[in-house]
Design a protein around this ligand. Structure first.
Ligand code: SF4
Ligand code: SF4
Length: 105
């Protein structure tokens, strides 16, 4: 029987780096409250149960301002403050990606 050889760790495939470019816009399914005016077009805004303004979400669960072809924000320059502060690779970002892990299989 051939001797078992140990595979050097450097030969194991690396996990793909977390990036918005390899993500199904996981964080764009969260409720986004509008707490400042950044110029979000009115057609993407709706009222929540308490009368506050939030980003509208469509039946598929994603934000109405998400471009479904590119899965990128179609109003990037006008995106809400909360979206600006949601950091790629943060704990929240990684939680959202884990929550949608089935998409990547
Ligand atoms: S911030 Fe994180 S969860 Fe949001 S699109 Fe980028 S990689 Fe995905
Ligand atoms: S406004 Fe843009 S970044 Fe914010 S949730 Fe909608 S699509 Fe995502």
């Amino acid at each position: 029987m051939p001797a078992l050889t140990q595979i050097p760790l450097t030969q194991l495939p690396a996990e793909p780096a977390i990036s918005c470019s390899n993500c199904a816009a996981c964080c764009c399914q969260l409720e986004v409250m509008l707490i400042t005016d950044t110029g979000v077009p009115q057609r993407f805004i709706e009222a929540d149960a308490w009368g506050g303004e939030v980003m509208k979400r469509l039946d598929d669960g994603w934000c109405a301002a998400l471009d479904r072809d590119s899965m990128l924000c179609s109003i990037y320059e006008q995106r809400p403050l909360i979206c600006r502060e949601f950091e790629m690779r943060s704990a929240e970002c990684q939680d959202e990606r884990r929550g949608m892990a089935a998409i990547y299989r």
